[in-house]
Each structure stands twice: as C-alpha cells, then as structure tokens.
Design a protein around this ligand. Structure first.
Ligand code: GUN
Length: 293
C-alpha cells in the first residue's frame, strides 16, 4: 500500500517571515509618523509557564521595534488593584495593546478583568465585545492562537471553502474562536470536545483537524482522515527518558506520519504563530488608535 508523505507545516519559519514584515511596518510607522506601537503585558503570580511566555512576548515585542511594558504583580494582588492597573493602561497613550496573562489566581474574576480592557487595546481578542464582533462577522481584534492557526491553513491549502473542519476543544481562548474563523472561511465546522460521542469517527470526517484539548497525544493516528491537514495547538510537557521532560502536542505526531497530508509539529508549529499574531494585533491596534490606516 502506498503511504502518504506527510508534510510538516513549518510554523516557526512562517512566523519569522510575519514578524519580519511587522518589524518593517513598525519601522515605517516610526519614521513617517513618529508612532511606536506599545504593548503592556501583565502577569499576576509566579506560574512558571506563564513567566516563560511573558518573557518571550516582551523579547519579541522589542525585536519588532515596539515599546514593551511589563507588569509583574504578586499572586495575592487584590482584584481592585489589578482593575486599577488595567484602567491606567487604558488611559496611557503610549500603550496600544494590553495583555493580561491567563490563568489569573483563583480569587480574581478573569472576565471582569478582561472586560475592563479597552476593546480597542484588547490584543488578545478576549473582551466580550471582540468575541461578539467575531461571532457576528464584524471587524475587531481576534484571538492570537486561532488567527495563527487559520493563517497557517490558508498558507498551506489556499481557499478553505467547503472543507470539513473539526475543532476538538471548546475553550473561549482557542476552540470557539478558531471555529468562528473557519466558518468565516466557509468551512463546514464541527466543534467536538471531551464529552462528544464517537470522537474518533467525528475526527475521521475532517479535511482540517484542529486539536486544542490540552491532553497529550489524545488524537490517535487512526482518527485522522488520510490526506487531512492537522493543526496541533496542544503544548504538553510530559516525562521523557532519563528523568527528562519533553513537549508533545494533542496529536500522536508519530502515528500521524503517513496518514495526515500535512501536520504542524510541537514545538515549532502553532506556538510561534501566537506571538507573531500578538505583534500583528498590536500593530493593528496602534494604527487604528492613531488613525494611521
Ligand atoms: N494563557 C495561555 N494562552 C494565553 C493567551 O493567548 N493569552 C493570554 N493572555 N494568556 C494566555
């Protein structure tokens, strides 16, 4: 039996190109209008993974020529104090994008904090206004990881019209918005999740399979339709040989070889696109706020 040769979707390379074009755009904006897009990132607590993400975001922001502000608050910060900081950033003309790193400590109401962010500065696209705009097809700021997924898909496949897309996962951060974006691309979209019956069978109907469940290697090779394009959003740290750990996705990557037509690796697939899209959203927000096209 002839096997499919599975192509790797190189998110790292695509993201690097995107960041480079953003960098050039930022340089142009600074030279012609004296505008430097600014991104404020707020981290509450000492969650190790969040600290790595936030450090990486700040580094990439500076590399793109943007102004980077970091706010690190103790885990026990009272909610009103965090809300006051967000309001201060809303009013700061040097800040065009505000990102509050999730998850927040349990005593803080995340929705309340996210909905305090000025929707025009909401570069995560999590404000209820931006979620609503996406749902009804109005322009707004769109969540970064879903945007990165759809950019990789259109780059790999071109027109997505009429394709069957299955999204496994229904979070507000990835599952729901990526489903909305795929619908806007005229896909036939199914949202499946951990309670779905016949999950394997649903997945086997997918021309595009987006895995965003946060469970290491849950999607097996035989769940994938031959030739399908697989976007793996999962980043799971698992034990490896010799007492070490490694990162794996939500898809059993090795099993997918010879079955999937295309697949994103973990790491180096969707991950780098998230930060690239965050910079893109910050640039978009800065241009809108400053009336610079
Ligand atoms: N935590 C995990 N992913 C994200 C994200 O995309 N944005 C924010 N703010 N927090 C996260």
């Amino acid at each position: 039996m002839s096997q499919i040769e599975t192509k790797i979707i190189d998110g790292k390379a695509f993201a690097a190109g995107l960041v480079e074009s953003i960098r050039a755009d930022v340089a142009g904006l600074r030279a012609s209008r004296g505008i430097q897009p600014g991104l404020a990132v707020v981290l509450v607590g000492e969650d190790a993974a969040s600290q790595v993400y936030v450090r990486n975001k700040a580094k990439q922001t500076v590399l793109a020529g943007m102004h980077s502000l970091e706010f690190k608050l103790p885990a026990e910060t009272p909610e009103p104090e965090l809300i006051a900081l967000v309001k201060q950033l809303n009013a700061d003309p040097k800040v065009h994008g505000i990102l509050v790193q999730l998850p927040l400590p349990g005593h803080i109401d995340s929705s309340k904090v996210l909905d305090t962010i000025n929707p025009d500065k909401d570069v995560d696209g999590f404000h209820i206004i931006n979620a609503g705009r996406l749902a009804v097809g109005l322009p707004g700021l769109v969540p970064c990881t879903p945007l990165g997924c759809v950019m990789l898909l259109t780059e790999a496949l071109g027109d997505l019209s009429g394709l069957n897309a299955v999204v496994v996962g229904r979070s507000n951060i990835v599952g729901k918005p990526v489903a909305q974006l795929l619908l806007a691309q005229n896909c036939t979209v199914t949202i499946a999740h951990s309670r779905s019956r016949n999950l394997a069978e649903i997945c086997r109907g997918a021309d595009i399979l987006v895995a965003a469940v946060g469970r290491p290697e849950m999607i097996k090779g035989h769940w994938i339709k031959p030739g399908a394009t697989v976007i793996d959003v999962g980043i799971n740290r698992v034990p490896a040989a010799a007492g070490k750990t490694k990162l794996v996705g939500d898809v059993a990557f090795d099993e997918a070889q010879g079955i999937a037509g295309r697949i994103t690796p973990v790491p180096g697939g969707v991950g780098p696109m998230t930060i690239a899209c965050l910079l893109r959203n910050t640039l978009t927000a800065a241009k809108r706020i400053e009336g610079a096209g």
